[in-house]
Write a protein that binds this ligand. Structure first.
Ligand code: ADP
Ligand code: MG
Length: 594
């Protein structure tokens, strides 16, 4: 075989294989060029899913007459000049690859009227090497038309899907970029019909309006805006409540310095922030922007630049994870502040376990809380599953009503009804108790290990051999979790102690589930998330079951405990734990005062 240098057209076609996969990728490259040219209005038109025609028109700086031709040469770019520029990149493009690649697999026609020039100029690639430039009228800016994609590569053309599918990909690209750039005005047409048209959105209200158009009304209803900044990292955007999660990961938008990316590290960090509140196999929905010094990220890691590399990935991962976790953890607090003043009295009460609060002021005679819920003070003579929870309150003063109010009773053995300052609260007692127990378990584990409650009579269990093996190989983990288990035979184990917090749970199913979790998760690197999964399993066993009769004081104790528990408005499967019907909603329902 002889070695030969490939003809430049073939080189371009090979490069096109990486950059131009389908009409959507052409649209992405063209729009990114428009954004790099500082356009504030971008119109995209497509015919037949984009395979017949793609036209992108912008009002950017334009391309000067003498540069039109060179724009089509390989490695010709106006965006970087040296290595330092490459490491400090803020433009979308920099490889100088898109136009020549696209022109090698389609008919491309560019008309541009550059800033400071008298006329517009047009150039037609149409496959010929000597492209002719002619004068053409065009408002300031650039229009790029791409016709008959893959006309010269039948094998690629065959792989294009139906119009509808190709257009769906194309329109997803436009939507992604429209989320990346709220300041730009967008329009999208397919087969001459308008599909999307978005005004520029400079304030939060306008941005949320755009979110509704792109992610749907439901998204915004469940979303919460946040922003957080540390050490040159800024994270902002909208996170939806876990209840909004979906079976598909199709509403997860991540942007780094304005670039839409599908980056594993980002998604993993966000997912981890949601893990405690999300049901297995569900995907959270979010729009998240990360901004940082471009030197801290390498965008030159993927031909379509969808993946990136962070230089200090661990730090960035943890920053995102902790921020998301904190935002979600605040949900209950901020819901309360919407309707009721912050529970100051309660907060100071719950700082320690037993604080008699004597206040001379109107109505409050005395209030004592024995929550006994911290690991430091686990009581065993319980009334509510496992702990002594007594709340004595004699409160007459209206503003002293805590956020979740005071219990009225139990509904059908499943829900607790409570009255608060502005209405009726309905609490799913199992879900709520599960969340509270889970957070307690986590907290106790952070301090040290879970305390063990010895069983009066040790319990022998026959288990599968691999489960018995687990008792040997995971004995450290088990004792850290508060279990005292020993192996008695090839398929027999003996339990002589269980975690004190869960001592009233049924031992056998609890231990079986924990063993099965352990054996599924053995060998996973992230012990953090593994342990939390096991704690979630344990919490479920420890939580009060439906149809269990509760005393009013037990109900109140649970409500108070929810108020001081992080993320207590969702159970660890992501279902809500409580809801509220406000008095005005009730009035509307009964047409009072109308
Ligand atoms: P890159 O974007 O990597 O620089 P491209 O092949 O996409 O490479 O574009 C080549 C050059 O053509 C760009 O660097 C830019 O100077 C010019 N260009 C392309 N599209 C536009 C546009 N819409 N407006 C202004 N200039 C453009
Ligand atoms: Mg480009």
């Amino acid at each position: 075989m002889t070695i030969r240098v490939l003809p430049s057209r073939l080189i371009d076609q090979i490069a096109a294989g990486e950059v131009v996969e389908r009409p959507a990728s052409v649209v992405k490259e063209l729009i990114e060029n428009s954004l790099d040219a500082n356009a504030t209005q971008i119109e995209v038109e497509a015919e037949e899913g984009g395979s017949k025609l793609i036209r992108v028109r912008d009002n950017g700086v334009g391309i000067a007459q003498q540069e039109l031709e060179i724009a089509f040469s390989r490695h010709a770019t106006s965006k970087i000049f040296d290595l330092d520029d490459l490491e400090n990149i803020l433009t979308f493009g920099f490889r100088g690859e898109a136009l020549p690649s696209i022109a090698s697999v389609a008919q491309v026609n560019v008309i541009s009227h550059a800033r400071g020039e008298e006329f517009g100029w047009a150039i037609d690639s149409s496959g010929s090497p000597e492209m002719e430039i002619r004068q053409a009228s065009h408002p300031r800016g650039t229009t790029v038309e791409v016709r008959d994609l893959f006309f010269n590569i039948p094998a690629r053309r065959k792989f294009l899907k139906k119009q509808r599918t190709e257009f769906a990909h194309l329109s997803a690209v436009v939507r992604n970029l429209a989320l990346a750039r709220f300041d730009v005005e967008w329009s999208l047409k397919h087969n001459k019909r308008s599909v999307l048209s978005l005004e520029s959105a400079l304030d939060r209200e306008g941005q949320e309006g755009r979110l509704v158009r792109i992610c749907g009304e439901k998204f915004l209803e469940h979303a919460r805006y946040f922003q957080k900044e540390i050490e040159g990292l800024r994270l902002s955007g909208w996170l939806t409540e876990p209840t909004f999660s979906s079976g598909q990961a199709n509403m997860q938008y991540t942007f780094v310095n304005g670039r839409y990316v599908r980056d594993k590290l980002l998604r993993h960090a966000i997912r981890l922030g949601y893990q405690d509140v999300l049901f297995h196999g569900r995907h959270p929905a979010y729009v998240v922007f990360l901004e940082l010094n471009p030197r801290r990220v390498d965008v030159n890691a993927h031909p379509a630049k969808l993946e990136i590399r962070f230089r200090d990935s661990r730090l960035i991962h943890d920053f995102i994870f902790h921020t998301v976790e904190a935002v979600l953890g605040r949900t209950l607090e901020s819901q309360q502040s919407k309707s009721i003043r912050p529970p100051t009295a309660l907060k100071s009460l719950t700082k320690s376990n037993e604080v008699p609060l004597v206040s001379g002021s109107a109505g409050i005679s005395q209030r004592t809380l024995h929550l006994g819920l911290d690991s430091s003070n686990e009581k065993t003579n319980d009334t509510f599953g496992d702990t002594l929870w007594t709340v004595m309150h004699s409160v007459e003063k209206k503003d002293d009503i805590p956020p979740l109010g005071f219990a009225l009773g139990q509904l059908l053995g499943v829900y607790i009804l409570s009255e608060s300052a502005d209405g009726l609260n309905i609490v799913d007692m199992h879900a709520a108790h599960e969340r509270v127990t889970y957070e307690r378990l986590k907290k106790a584990l952070v301090h040290d290990r879970l305390k063990t409650q010895p069983l009066l009579i040790p319990l022998s269990l026959s288990v599968a051999e691999h489960e018995a093996d687990m008792v040997d190989s995971a004995s450290d983990e088990l004792s850290q979790l508060g279990f005292e288990v020993t192996r008695r035979g090839p398929e027999e184990i003996q339990v002589s102690g269980v975690p004190m917090i869960l001592h009233s749970a049924e031992v056998e199913p609890l231990l079986r589930d924990v063993l099965s979790d352990l054996s599924q998760q053995k060998g996973l690197e992230r012990i953090e998330s593994t342990i939390n999964d096991i704690l979630a399993t344990m919490a479920c066993h420890g939580a009060v079951k439906a149809n269990r009769h509760l005393e009013i004081k037990e109900m109140n104790a649970l409500l108070r405990e929810m108020e001081k528990t992080e993320k207590s408005d969702h159970c660890n499967h992501g279902r809500p734990t409580w809801t509220r019907i406000t008095i005005s909603e009730l009035d509307r329902l009964f047409k009072r005062g109308q």
